[in-house]
Design a protein around this ligand. Structure first.
Ligand code: DSN
Length: 414
């Protein structure tokens, strides 16, 4: 076989460097996880070579007998996990999944209700700089100033006033359980369709530690690489009523050829998520988040909404140190080997580029096998990094402690 003989030394070096970074640091970005070797093997499989525009049994290219089985397996497995009647596993991302839903249900200019980005929503929930906000008339609902929970009275008032065709719920930076039922009631009252974006919590739902929105929503979208721990990608679940429109909107509406290697990897992840081990994993994610939130509160940080019910927390840095911005916090933690992202807190006086908060998630460290005692240590390391932020030597010593903490838990030690 005349394969190229080139060894790409640069990419090999960079891959080794990234493995080293992931193995030796704390990965606390709430939307990240470590995919299993089986998921990564499928992602790197021969399915990357195959064109398969269309759907199983209805392809525009030949040679899809095997690929059809792969895609059917992925669809069946995820339908089983959520109790859904139809799945589209082709979206390349969560953003694509959401845009396909909009295309399936709406005409440009139609009104939609979505959670404001600065209160924990997503770009594709109508941000003016995103195609969703440019194409459709999004009206944003937010959190109550008192307890920083989704303001259902506001949702109802806005729904009755604007009569949206679609109501979107779900979040990227909301630490509390989202009950889909009151959204269903409001949607029914005004004749709207209900979309639940479960990107962050799909693994928690499947693991049984968050209520399943498919019980009441018309459509559920999610990514497969967050708490669900699969390959990067998206997925749409829908009732039969919207199935044909959704499929048409994904292909040919939004995408061309599906990435069947990613779909094979999604199928593997869905099988992994059906196990008792995964249920225990999901429960541990939540227990770890609660332990980390409590420990951070003891250090003097303020938890938005007072804590967390899920895999993430939003931390208001100001009570700990009024001068410390989210931007600076993210940078100095990076130096200490602690990776997370700055995040606006509700009604943040600072810009989204600077922020007064950080977002912290426990899916990745939980995959590594860390438990509540390690969360206490992680909170100590975060607080100590901030206290030492003007002292390079002290930051270097925290970096060493992070390395020591992570050593027995390296996700990719081979
Ligand atoms: N950017 C993702 C997150 O970090 O939450 C959402 O798309």
């Amino acid at each position: 076989m005349p394969w190229p003989t080139l060894v790409d030394a640069e990419i090999e070096r960079l891959t080794a460097a990234e493995i080293q970074r992931q193995n030796t640091g704390l990965q606390l970005i709430a939307s990240e996880n470590f995919a299993s070797p089986a998921v990564m093997a499928a992602t790197g499989s021969v399915f990357t070579n195959k064109y398969a525009e269309g759907y199983p049994g209805r392809r525009y290219y030949g040679g899809n007998q095997v690929v059809d089985d792969v895609e059917d397996l992925a669809r069946d497995r995820i339908c089983e996990l959520f109790g859904a009647s139809h799945a589209n596993v082709q979206p390349h991302s969560g953003a694509n999944a959401n845009m396909a839903v909009y295309q399936a249900l709406l005409d440009p200019g139609d009104t939609v209700l979505g959670l404001r980005l600065d209160h924990g929503g997503h770009l594709t929930h109508g941000s003016p700089v995103n195609a969703s906000g440019m194409t459709y008339d999004f009206v944003g609902y937010g959190l109550t100033p008192s307890d920083e929970r989704i303001d259902m009275d506001q949702v109802e008032t806005l729904a009755k006033k604007h009569r949206p065709k679609l109501i979107v719920t779900g979040a990227t930076a909301y630490p509390r359980t989202i009950d889909a039922k009151p959204f269903r009631d409001i949607a029914d009252e005004i004749g709207a369709v209900l979309l639940f974006d479960a990107a962050h919590i799909a693994g928690l739902i499947v693991g049984g530690v968050h209520p399943n929105p498919m019980d009441v929503a018309d459509i559920v979208t999610f990514t497969t690489h967050k708490t669900l721990r699969g390959p990067r990608g998206g997925c749409i679940l829908t009732t039969d009523e919207h199935a044909a429109a959704i499929d048409k909107a994904v292909f040919p509406g939004q995408q061309g050829g599906p990435q069947e290697h990613a779909i094979a990897a999604k199928a593997v992840a869905f099988a992994e998520a059906a196990t008792d081990e995964f249920k225990a994993y999901a429960a541990q994610i939540v227990a770890n988040a609660a332990a980390l939130a409590e420990s951070l509160a003891r250090h003097g940080f303020r938890l938005v909404s007072g804590g967390t019910d899920n895999h993430l927390m939003l931390v208001d840095l100001r009570p700990f140190d009024a001068e410390l911005t989210g931007k600076e916090a993210q940078l100095v933690l990076d130096e200490a080997g602690i990776t997370l992202n700055r995040n606006s807190i509700p009604d943040d006086p600072r810009s989204p580029f600077v922020t007064s908060g950080i977002r912290i998630g426990t899916p990745a460290v939980t995959t590594q096998g860390m438990t509540e005692t390690h969360m206490v240590e992680i909170a100590d390391l975060i607080a100590e990094t901030f206290r030492s932020r003007d002292d390079k030597a002290l930051i270097a010593s925290v970096r060493e402690r992070v390395r020591t903490l992570c050593e027995p838990f390296a996700p990719y030690p081979f």
